[in-house]
Design a binder for this molecule. Structure first.
Ligand SMILES: Nc1ncnc2c1ncn2[C@@H]1O[C@H](COP(=O)(O)OP(=O)(O)OP(=O)(O)O)[C@@H](O)[C@H]1O
Ligand SMILES: [Mg+2]
Length: 285
């Protein structure tokens, strides 16, 4: 894939924290309308890469282009307006608010151009509360929370809070969503719901980059995958290409295993995702 055909391009991006290089000379290209995976063992630099793309932390070196514009030095707000929005590894929500209020808040960061046409055109053309509310209700419906819109976030199960976070991100009208461990902590039913939601977003034209330790989830959804280890890209390609890449296998095998998982199970999870029920690689919040 070339930089020219990409929605998002990172060129030699580096982030240092004192002596630690969290992201080291990372170049990657995400095609428009792709579902692109960013994987790697704990501490590989995945969330830091998201922080750099979304503007939460400054680059130590390199550059970032998005949708034809150079965003290397843009603020978080400028990136949201350009069409980048993210969710966090641990959902960051105002827990005392209702799901509807949370999503309506997302509207205040609404970018100039949205992907989910009808919903967001309503949001951008009409500034009044009634229409914002109506659009937020449509978004909650879209993510499968039409019955929970008036529920207080703190009282919602974890999987539903994840969906609220996605709906809030969608309310900003993004062209690209960055999803950090969106399936972490979810049961199989909730994971399937999130997976189906991501596919529906892609059908509507969204570009998605996802970080996830659940290999079945990643391999099933993603067309292209970039693999980080200790901040450095060690592989990129299709799920089949990266799962048979020797550097990737060694990176995962060299990593501490989750309790109860044999070395053979861990290798099988990378090589043949979806063939066993222990595909969830070790991760910590
Ligand atoms: N603000 C910070 N200050 C200092 N070091 C940091 C900071 N943020 C991240 N790091 C370090 O950078 C490295 C990469 O961290 P990061 O959170 O990006 O990894 P990750 O791939 O998301 O890991 P995980 O899968 O566990 O979420 C780690 O060694 C981490 O301790
Ligand atoms: Mg992380």
């Amino acid at each position: 894939m070339t930089a020219a055909s990409s929605m998002l391009s990172l060129h030699h991006v580096t982030r240092r924290f004192g002596g630690l290089v969290a992201v080291n000379d990372l170049s990657m290209h995400v095609q428009a309308n792709a579902i692109h995976g960013l994987i790697g063992p704990n501490g590989a630099g995945k969330s830091t890469a998201f922080d750099l793309i979304s503007g939460l932390t400054p680059l130590s070196g390199g550059s970032i282009q998005f949708d034809g514009a150079d965003l290397t030095r843009a603020s978080v707000e400028q990136r949201v307006r350009a069409g980048i929005c993210r969710t966090f590894q641990t959902p960051r929500l105002f827990e005392k608010m209702t799901a509807l209020d949370v999503v309506m808040c997302g509207r205040h960061l609404h970018g100039r151009t949205g992907i989910l046409g009808s919903m967001f055109s309503v949001m951008s053309k009409h500034r009044d509360e009634v229409n914002i509310r109506r659009a937020a209700i449509e978004l909650l419906d879209f993510v499968g929370l039409s019955d929970e819109k008036d529920d207080v976030v703190a009282n919602m199960p974890y999987g539903k809070r994840r969906l609220v976070e996605i709906a809030r991100a969608l309310a900003t009208g993004p062209k690209m969503l960055l999803l950090d461990e969106v399936a972490s902590g979810l049961n199989p039913v909730e994971t399937a719901a999130v997976s189906s939601l991501i596919r529906r977003l892609q059908e509507q034209g969204m570009t998605i980059v996802l970080v996830e330790h659940d290999m079945r989830f990643v391999m099933d959804l993603c067309g292209q995958i970039t693999v980080l280890n200790f901040g450095t890209k060690i592989a990129s390609g299709t799920p089949a290409e990266v799962s048979s890449n020797q550097h990737v296998i060694e990176a995962y095998l060299g990593h501490p295993r989750p309790v109860g998982r044999s070395r053979r199970d861990q290798r099988r999870a990378i090589l043949a995702p979806g063939t066993d029920s222990t595909d969830q690689m070790e991760h910590e919040q």
